[in-house]
Each structure stands twice: as C-alpha cells, then as structure tokens.
Design a protein around this ligand. Structure first.
Ligand SMILES: Nc1ncnc2c1ncn2[C@@H]1O[C@H](COP(=O)(O)OP(=O)(O)OP(=O)(O)O)[C@@H](O)[C@H]1O
Ligand SMILES: [Mg+2]
Length: 449
C-alpha cells in the first residue's frame, strides 16, 4: 500500500483530499501545518508527500527539502493558490515531482498522485537495479530493452558458437565494438585474446606489418622479427575496426587469409597458418563502396557471411531509459554528484532527441548532466541545448498535435496552443501532449513568462 502524508492547513480541504485518497486505497496521514509534517516525516517513511506551499511555521518548499533530505525516495507534490512559475521552477529544481495550482479538480489531483506512485515504484526499481549493477559491474555490458537490440543479442548468441566471419554495421557510437566483444566473450574462444586493430589510425605500410608481422631486415627499421596481430590472436578472435578504410593492397592480402587461412610476414616466405575468428565493423556502406569500386566485391562476400546491423539509437527509443539508468550508476559515483535519477520531463526530452552520435553521445550527455545537476534529479536545465532545443519530436504543432523540428517552431507551437485555449495553460499543455510543468518550463525557456 502506498503511504501519503497530506500537509495542508485548511482543514476542510485537507479532508477532501484525504477522502479521495482513501477511496483509492492509499494509506493516508495528515498534518495541520509544516511543523507537524516535519515531525511526522522524521518518525517514519512516506512514499508520497502532498504539501501546501503557504502554511504557518515551516512552508512547503522547506518541507520539500527536508523531506527529500531525510528520504530521497519520497515523491513530493506541492499545491498553492499563489502559483507563480518561478515558484514552480524552484520547486521542481528542489526535487518536487509536480505542482498543482489551486483550485484544481479532485480528478487532476488523483492523476497527479497516481503519477507520483508510479515514480515511487520506478525509484525503487532503479535502486535494486543499481545494487545489481554494482555487484556485477562489467565494462563490456550491453544494456538494452528494444526489439531491435533483442534481435542483435539473439544473433550474437547464435554466431558466438560458430567460427564464421561477422560483419557488424551501424552508425558511429551505436555499440559495434561492444557487440564484437560480446561475441568473443560468449564464444568457446573467450579464454584466448580478442585482438583489436583500428584500421584508420595506421598508415598502409604499418598496417600490413601490424596485421601480418615482419621479418628482421624486411624494411628500414625492422630490426627484429615481429609477430603480427593475426599471430597474436591465434586461437582467439581478431577484430578489425572500420574495415571500409582498408587500402586495395591490404584488401588483397586479407582476402587471401580468408580464402587460404594462411599468410606470410612482410619480407617473409614461409606461409603461416593461424586459427583466428574474424570480426569486422564499419559505419560505411560497404555495398555502395563495392559499387563505386572502392572495395573489392570478392572480399565483401567473404566478410558478409553474417551481418549484424546495430540500429541508430533514435530507432530504438526503448533502450534510452535503461541506458540512462546504467550511465547514472556508471558515472554517479563521481565525487560531488548528487543526482541519482532523472525527472520525467528530462527523460521525455532525451527520448525526443535524434542522437546523431548515438549511445556515445547519450553517455556524454549523462556524464555532463551529473556534473551540472544541483539536486537529486537531472532536470531539463542540465541537458545541452541540442537536446532540449530542437531535435525532431520535441516540438509541437498545436493544431494537429503532431511533432516537427526547430526551436522557433516550438515557441510558435506554444503561442498557438495558448491562443487556441484562450490563455489557459493547463489546456494548452494538454493540447500539445505535454505535462503542465513541462509546458511551463518551456514557456519560461522561450521568455514567454
Ligand atoms: N547497449 C549499450 N550498453 C552500454 N553501453 C553502450 C551500449 N552501446 C554503446 N555503449 C557505449 O557507447 C560508447 C560507444 O560504443 P562503441 O565504441 O561500441 O560504438 P561503435 O559503434 O564502435 O562506435 P564507432 O563507430 O564510433 O567506433 C562506448 O562507451 C560504449 O560502452
Ligand atoms: Mg568502434
């Protein structure tokens, strides 16, 4: 049962709230003023605190702060008849989930409390997730929930049991390298190394000797014999990153390794045999490169035995909440980071953004937000302008309720909705499919209040 403390000095109004909560099976306790509320909060845990802002003694904002200090899992809803946007923004910054302007219909109150109960459940889940994560924290962990990633993981599982070559494709930052690690880690070869070669960072001459090794004296500077990465990976896996950058000469050599399973060191004559599993990755479109003559078709067919396509993050929005939770744990241990969760408004913005840099960009955004956040929650103001501003989806078309792009359009959308609703902010917010608090936040952002 969810416990609610109602702090409200107006007795008859307090009774109304109490009765409606009891009807929906909440466990209810009451406080006549801020001081009594503080006392009660000190004595036991409440899941939700509903508090008036103006009360004799301790006011609602102070109450909010001490309640959340005592127990950060208490979800707070503030109510006031003197609702200014500044107050609402301050309340949300201090960690309030919602803000109700009196007078409000009881239905709106119950919906808000329902949302708070949901928030409370998520916080709890988050906490147990955190405990699990800190127990088995693993740098190569792939976090996912979407159907798109479920398919990737299923392929990873299947292909890890074979030795077939795998081609991993996807935009930058989607997690291709993690997928390569996962294949190796789940394979019977996991006790042997996975050797990575980043093709773009090596010049052609160096690349060849890096991959295949060289004999002593095979070129100026080859003072000793040196084994290549293929030899080092014997019995394990070799991961060639950004395979689209291979020069034609090395393409030929790689093709031969794949066909004959043997190669020579640079300057050497003895063919060497190795037992290596090959995984390659690229963000280029190899098929197009074959068409334009930049990549050998025969090599392409040899590489493209199993193709794992990692979708861009904007096509698997379901992965965003678990990734955010994961990065909060990963970077939340940094000293002076107080935030341990994210407000629903900020999450809404993250899910509406287009993520050109994919998971890597999301990881950076959370890292940065953790540094900026002042309270327990990451709020929209802790996110970069790119994310809060204009990505597709954030923005609103007041008439159709559809979503388009552009910061100017957002402002126009807000003004349009206000006009249509004759200045009623709650109804304008509803028309745009936004929560009232998000709507007020956006109005403030655009200097409309
Ligand atoms: N599903 C995921 N779960 C957890 N972390 C992820 C996930 N996907 C990506 N990351 C993180 O995002 C960053 C980028 O991932 P990775 O290097 O694997 O991407 P990539 O596709 O190889 O990028 P690039 O094309 O730029 O080389 C890494 O820090 C990685 O740990
Ligand atoms: Mg990579």
């Amino acid at each position: 049962m969810i416990s609610v403390l109602v702090a409200e000095d107006n007795e008859s109004f307090r009774k109304v709230l109490r009765e409606s909560l009891l009807r929906e099976d909440y466990e209810v306790d009451e406080a006549r003023d801020g001081r009594e509320a503080l006392e009660k909060l000190g004595r036991r845990h409440y899941d939700i605190l509903v508090s008036d802002v103006k009360m004799p003694g301790v006011d609602g904002l102070e109450l909010l702060k001490s309640a959340r200090q005592a127990d950060p899992d208490t979800v707070v809803i503030l109510m006031t008849a003197y609702g200014t946007v500044d107050l609402a923004v301050e309340a949300m910054k201090a960690g309030a989930l919602d803000f109700l302007s009196k007078p409000f219909p009881v239905e709106e109150f119950m919906i808000t409390v329902g949302r708070a109960a949901e928030r409370n459940r998520l916080l709890r889940e988050n906490q147990s997730l955190k405990q699990n994560l800190s127990l088995h924290y693993d740098a190569a962990k792939i976090v996912w929930k979407s159907r798109g990633m479920a398919e990737v993981m299923e392929l990873v599982r299947k292909v890890s049991q074979s030795t077939s070559t795998v081609l991993i494709t996807g935009e930058s930052g989607t997690g291709k390298e993690l997928v390569a690690h996962a294949i190796h880690a789940q394979s019977p070869r996991s006790a042997r190394p996975m050797v990575k070669v980043s093709i773009p960072v090596l010049s052609e001459g160096v690349l060849e000797s890096e991959l295949f090794g060289h004999e002593k004296g095979s070129f100026t500077g080859a003072l000793t014999r040196k084994p290549g990465r293929f030899e080092l990976a014997d019995g394990g896996t070799i991961f060639l990153d950004e395979i689209g950058d291979l020069t034609p000469a090395v393409q030929v050599k790689l093709l031969r390794v794949l066909q004959e399973r043997e190669f020579e060191r640079v300057g050497g004559t003895v063919p060497l045999k190795v037992d290596v599993r090959l995984i390659v990755a690229t963000r280029s479109n190899l098929r197009d490169m074959v068409r334009s003559g930049k990549f050998r078709e025969d090599l392409y067919f040899r590489l493209n035995v199993v193709n794992i396509v990692v979708l861009p993050l904007r096509e698997r929005l379901d992965d965003i909440p678990p990734l955010v939770d994961y990065f909060l744990v990963k970077y939340g241990s940094v000293a002076q980071c107080r935030a341990r969760a994210i407000t629903p408004e900020a999450m809404e913005l993250l899910q509406a953004y287009s993520w050109p840099g994919n998971v890597r960009e999301l990881e950076n955004v959370i890292q940065r937000a953790l540094v900026l956040a002042e309270g327990e929650y990451i709020t929209p103001s802790d996110l970069p302008a790119d994310v809060t501003g204009g990505g597709p989806g954030v923005i609103i078309d007041p008439v159709g309720g559809g979503r388009t792009g552009g910061d100017g359009e957002e402002k126009a959308g807000i003004l349009g909705a206000l006009k249509l609703e004759k200045g009623n902010r709650s109804r304008a917010a509803a028309r745009l499919g936004l929560r009232r608090t998000t709507f007020l936040y956006k109005m403030k952002k655009h200097g409309l209040i």
